[in-house]
Design a protein around this ligand. Structure first.
Ligand SMILES: Nc1ncnc2c1ncn2[C@@H]1O[C@H](COP(=O)(O)OP(=O)(O)OP(=O)(O)O)[C@@H](O)[C@H]1O
Length: 554
């Protein structure tokens, strides 16, 4: 058997009749190693037909020596390669790798190489393992929280059947905690978890569960760094551990917007290959009190009302959002108040830029970090920008701040298609009072390709900070000056100026903060650039999926 040791390269190449494993230090080539049939699907078949095939070794998940006495049971579809007496292939190893399928989904595929020489097989296995061990961005130990009640209550089942076997295949050790109550994961992360033991934290659940994990991790990091979360002026400390999301909720918006699908296996594979996607976080304060963090949508008016109504209909399951949506649309309520904001620098683009990348593909991430560098070089501190605050007063059907596209299966482009995950900004969308028909036209554009901002009653700004004060609280401050008694103050603050005679309650909505209702309507919001990292890579461009050479990662 001829062994060759040449070239430096990080690829495993398969060529027509000569199969070569090309790893970091050597190409090992043997003519008698065969791909075990074309049973793993069109990727390998296409590769053999096309004549050559190369993709980075970094998307190999694992390699396993195959015990020839045990028939391969991986998918149930596998057949052992028939062995002829003239060509006995008694030894084999299986490479597990990422295969891209449709709609941004990944699949764990495998291919088995057969060889007559046992020591050769072992050398391949050992060399591939050594190369995998060099990939230090891959997690080896994870802390997993499962919400057994999220979505259709299948979180535990999804983890046990779809995710745990691939983690184990990739030799990732896990500590699993099945939550027993709301905020169990957040509190555990904040106070008890021994985070030094782990390379990442994984949540199995929906957006609410992700929010718990994110709050726990961000708060813990600030505590350890001695940062006061109640102060709007403090610069928050970025978290060291990455977060993985295994989708098992009702909407799974954050997973969808960062990975491109809500498929648990795809998310597990992104965790295994050690992807990293930075993400901005908005802190929300009411005066000097920290309320919550937000990563996706802060919505007052329409989206606040939909959430408030849907919370009363939890028993309906995911259908509650549709019913509450229709009800809220028909009620057509508008709210008065003042929005003030600090616009982002011009080089960070505009929400009306043509959509290029929804979430930060590698190209976009690069350009974004370039912009961030230039921003730092300019040293434009928030303090220097204080005098550029813009103030808008009016009657609004909706005030939305989208820190990411908020794309989901219902709205494939999302609320703000060009919003970037990690550029330190949020897109502030103001929908002014308009007719029901106009508002319907605007809402429908979330579901098609038309420009949803192209209406006279819609304004959109890319901002770094914003504040909202509802009209009745503006009255409040005026009343404060005149009233000295606390009781009187509280009473009058509830009464709308125009309706003093009738004493009716002023019209007010709630803020929907990533699916949670905030207890205050007057809020101050500040975007913190790249505060956390996810095990994700943004939505890959479609060509990656359409390229026949990119279907498999070996
Ligand atoms: N063991 C538990 N019992 C009850 N509630 C829990 C438990 N664990 C977590 N929770 C809470 O359940 C809420 C909803 O969970 P989750 O986000 O996983 O599902 P969902 O609401 O169906 O999905 P989505 O948020 O994507 O719409 C979260 O806010 C979380 O705090």
């Amino acid at each position: 058997m001829e062994k060759q040791s040449r070239l430096l390269c990080s690829e495993l190449c398969v060529q027509r009749r000569l199969y070569e494993v090309t790893l970091n230090c050597a190409i090992l080539a043997w003519k008698d190693i065969q791909i075990a049939k074309k049973h793993t699907g069109r990727a390998i078949y296409g590769a053999v037909k096309a004549g050559s095939y190369c993709v980075p070794v970094c998307e190999i998940i694992a390699v396993q020596e195959k015990d020839d006495d045990t028939p391969c049971k991986n998918t149930g579809k596998w057949q052992k390669v028939p062995q002829s007496p003239a060509d006995p292939c008694q030894h084999a190893f299986t490479v597990f790798y990422v295969e891209r399928t449709r709609q941004h989904c990944w699949w764990c595929s495998n291919v088995t190489f057969h060889c007559s020489d046992h020591s050769l097989c072992l050398l391949w296995v050992q060399t591939i393992r050594e190369q995998l061990a060099l990939l230090t961005n891959r997690p080896k130990s994870l802390l997993v929280y499962i919400n057994p009640y999220g979505g259709k209550q299948r979180g535990k089942q999804i983890y046990d059947h779809k995710v745990a076997p691939i983690f184990s295949r990739a030799s990732i050790s896990t500590d699993v905690i099945v939550t027993e109550r709301a905020n169990h994961a957040r509190d555990h992360l904040k106070t008890e978890a021994d985070l030094k033991k782990y390379d990442g934290v994984v949540c199995v659940g929906g957006d609410g569960m992700f929010s718990e994990i994110m709050h726990g991790l961000v708060s813990r990091t600030q505590q350890e760094a001695g940062v006061d979360e109640n102060s709007m002026e403090e610069t928050l400390m970025p978290c060291g551990l990455r977060i993985g999301i295994i989708p098992a909720g009702s909407t799974d918006c954050i997973c969808y917007a960062t990975v491109g699908s809500n498929d648990p296996v795809t998310s597990a594979l992104h965790i295994i290959v050690g992807d990293s996607q930075a993400m901005d976080i908005c802190s929300v304060h009411n005066e000097d009190r920290f309320l919550r963090y937000s990563v996706s949508l802060l919505g007052y008016g329409f989206y606040g009302d939909v959430l408030t109504d849907s919370e009363r209909k939890r028993w309906m399951g995911p259908a509650r959002y549709d019913i509450s949506g229709v009800k809220t649309f028909l009620s057509h309520r508008y709210y008065e108040g003042t929005v003030s904001f600090l616009p982002a620098e011009g080089n960070l683009g505009s929400p009306r830029d043509k959509m290029q990348c929804r979430t930060g593909c590698s190209v976009c991430r690069q350009s974004s970090s370039d912009k961030l560098v230039s921003k730092n070089e300019d040293s434009v501190s928030d303090a220097e920008c204080q005098d550029t605050w813009t103030v808008i007063r009016g009657k609004f059907l909706a005030i939305n701040a989208a820190s990411m596209s908020c794309a989901c299966p219902r709205s494939p482009k999302g609320l703000s298609p060009s919003a970037h995950l990690a550029d330190g900004t949020t897109d502030l969308i103001l929908v002014r009072k308009c007719s029901r028909l106009d508002f319907l036209r605007h809402l429908l554009r979330h579901t098609n390709k038309d420009d949803q901002f192209d209406h006279s009653f819609v304004e959109v700004y890319r901002v770094k900070q914003f504040r909202f004060t509802p009209r009745y609280q503006e009255c409040d401050s005026e009343v404060d000056l005149r009233e000295s008694g606390v009781t009187g103050k509280r009473f009058l603050s509830q009464i709308c100026r125009e309706h003093r005679a009738c004493g009716c309650m002023p019209s007010q909505s709630n803020w929907n903060c990533d699916g949670e209702i905030l207890p205050h309507t007057a809020i101050q919001v500040r975007v913190h650039c790249q505060l956390i990292k996810l095990f994700a890579r943004g939505i890959e461009e479609q060509q990656v999926f359409e390229d026949p050479y990119a279907h498999c990662a070996i």
